[in-house]
Design a protein around this ligand. Structure first.
Ligand SMILES: [Zn+2]
Length: 136
């Protein structure tokens, strides 16, 4: 039995605001969002970092990052977005299960990127869950 929170989200054992799911991949809203629509894309299978995933699976995963990124742009009407991918604790990786952050950006948002600062509100997360899904 795994104790990895992202494995549990991948298997559906722990609920998440899922905006995309297929056989190998899942995308969901970050519950500590840096911006509205801030989402994570993960492989369902457990890999700790970018260095651990096989090349073919990474190709599939990054294609989903592109697809979900496009949907988030449309839903939030963002002006841009950051992709962040942290590897190991020293680099700011909090959950040791490979994940890509997609963070929508807005002109002059003055966002200083950091993680784990403030938990998102349920209502707002639910709103973006339904809005982004429509665009993927
Ligand atoms: Zn995991």
């Amino acid at each position: 039995m795994t104790e990895c929170i992202f494995c549990k989200i991948g298997s559906g054992e722990i609920p998440a605001k899922k905006i995309y799911e297929d056989q190998n991949t899942i995308a969901f809203l970050d519950i500590f969002p840096s911006a509205k629509g801030h989402s994570l894309v993960i492989p369902k299978k457990h890999y700790s970092t970018l260095l651990d995933i096989p090349e073919m699976e990474l190709k599939e995963l990054i294609q989903i990052v592109q697809k979900v990124g496009a949907g988030i742009m449309k839903a939030t009407q963002a002006d841009g977005f950051n992709i962040l991918q942290n590897n190991k604790e020293a680099a700011g990786q909090i959950v040791p299960h490979l994940h890509f952050h997609i963070i929508p950006r807005f002109k002059d948002d003055c966002l200083k990127l950091s993680f784990g600062s403030k938990q998102g509100e349920e209502k707002e997360l639910a709103h973006w869950e339904s809005q982004i899904k429509k665009h993927i």
